[in-house]
Write a protein that binds this ligand. Sequence first.
Ligand code: ZN
Length: 69
Amino acid sequence: MNTSTSGATSGARYQCPGCGYVYDEQKGDEHEGFAPGTPWAQVPEDWACADCAVRDKADFVKLDDGAAG
Ligand SMILES: [Zn+2]
């Protein structure tokens, strides 16, 4: 049986409050070594922003698409 990841990727996006860089789970960031579909949870806690390298993962703000609600 081929069990795929239940709950798949939410496709959530997270934005750097410093420079505005957005990490998109569906796109990942191949330049940073994150393949498309890499969930935010798999990004290392000590990862720094790919753009400004000043902000860490913990500083990122989850973007709300506003689709629901
Ligand atoms: Zn940044």
